[in-house]
Write a protein that binds this ligand. Structure first.
Ligand code: ZN
Ligand code: ZN
Length: 379
């Protein structure tokens, strides 16, 4: 039973969608669907877990995103998707869509970045897109990585799961010394244990509540955990955890046990907002009012289709533009696209939709930095 449950945990690991594609390709789809559904029911019965349980605010604790059944999205209008919705999406909606994408190739341009300039930079403000949500931010002599992932796959396993379409924009070996790592949440495309183990205990990890335990499992003890609106300071730079509308979990059995967040990086001269993973929610305006304006706002634009399923937890490119305006961003840096195939849209779709929205709203195009993998911009 335990092995069976472990298999199912693997199947439903949030980012591990390609397993289903393998099942499908094996020609045993119908049988596997029945097995997966039956196994889910069995695991639920045997372990006493149910993803469909509703949670209630914990009366002994504030604030409202803490409940007796884990963390929740407290902002009005949030609609939680059920595990049944997930199964429908992965087994039918996405399976149909992946047939159309099967033979797609992409011609992303990867900038040659050997890291030399990054290693020599000791003071100026720069940002480099490594790929997906991984950024190297250099601010006041401090080198910061966001949601670092250098692995070939966004998955608990390196033999199966969403594969990288573009190599990291900077080789891991070419990085400058990393002082701080910020992590938005525990999904595999944001919390990559292999990369964290390579980075080791030298950088300071700043993470949302309860993510520290995962770090400890990766032999990392040099971390600080923060709740939404909590802050900490490193060498004169403030790091503030900001609300996001998302969820967490690395298997069927630990959904929403750890917190998710965005991050504000506030130096003496410059400010960055890193949104993590999020749907559109009223918190953006509050973040803008409390901590804006931001020199750079890094906001996710990918893994947004289909909207009926992704809408509550992943921004569309159009919504990302609104979020950028809400937080009072000066330069928009789209992240969470062009690297791993995690949803229905093609990997090169988000920037096209984004450009359409910029034109539609008649916004100054120079304020939108659609970086190539490996590209560095200085301010
Ligand atoms: Zn996520
Ligand atoms: Zn993600």
């Amino acid at each position: 039973m335990e092995i069976f449950c472990s298999y199912i945990k693997m199947v439903v690991s949030y980012s591990n969608y390609s397993i289903i594609e393998c099942i499908k390709q094996s020609g045993k789809r119908t049988a596997m669907k029945i097995i997966i559904l039956a196994a889910f029911l069995l695991c639920t019965v045997f372990t006493g877990h149910s993803l469909l349980n509703s949670s209630h605010p914990d009366k002994n604790k504030n604030p409202p995103h803490h409940t007796d059944k884990g963390f929740v999205n407290p902002y009005p209008g949030f609609e939680e998707k059920s595990f049944g919705d997930f199964l429908y999406w992965i087994l039918f909606d996405r399976a149909r869509n992946s047939n159309d994408k099967k033979n797609r190739t992409y011609d992303f341009i990867r900038v040659k970045n050997d890291g030399k300039a990054l290693r020599e930079n000791t003071g100026s403000f720069s940002v480099t897109w490594i790929g997906h949500s991984t950024l190297l931010i250099q601010i006041a002599g401090v080198n910061i990585l966001t949601d670092p992932i250098w692995s070939e796959r966004s998955s608990p396993f390196q033999f199966i799961g969403p594969k990288r379409f573009v190599k990291p924009g900077v080789r891991f070996e070419d990085l400058p010394e990393i002082h701080v790592v910020i992590i938005s949440h525990d999904h595999y495309d944001h919390f990559d244990e292999n990369t964290i183990r390579r980075l080791g205990n030298a950088p300071l990890y700043i993470v949302p509540l309860k993510v520290g335990k995962l770090l400890e499992d990766s032999d990392i003890t040099n971390y600080r955990e923060l709740d939404w609106w909590g802050s900490t300071t490193y060498r004169g730079i403030d790091f503030i955890a900001t609300p996001a509308q998302h969820f967490s979990g690395r298997s069927l059995f630990n959904r929403n046990e750890t917190l998710w967040s965005g991050w504000v990086i506030r130096g003496k001269k410059h400010r960055v907002y890193f949104a993590g993973d999020t749907g559109y929610f009223p918190g953006f305006k509050e973040i803008g009012e409390r901590y804006g304006p931001f020199d750079i706002a890094a906001i996710p634009v990918g893994a947004y289709m289909p909207r009926w399923f992704m809408g509550p937890v992943h921004l569309s490119p159009e919504e990302a533009v609104q979020a950028f305006l809400d937080v009072k961003g000066k330069k928009f840096l789209p992240i969470h696209w062009g690297t791993f195939d995690l949803a229905n849209e093609a990997l090169d779709d988000p920037p096209k939709v984004l450009i359409g929205e910029i034109v539609h709203r008649m916004l100054p195009v120079e304020n939108f930095w659609i970086l190539k993998h490996g590209e560095t911009r200085n301010l």
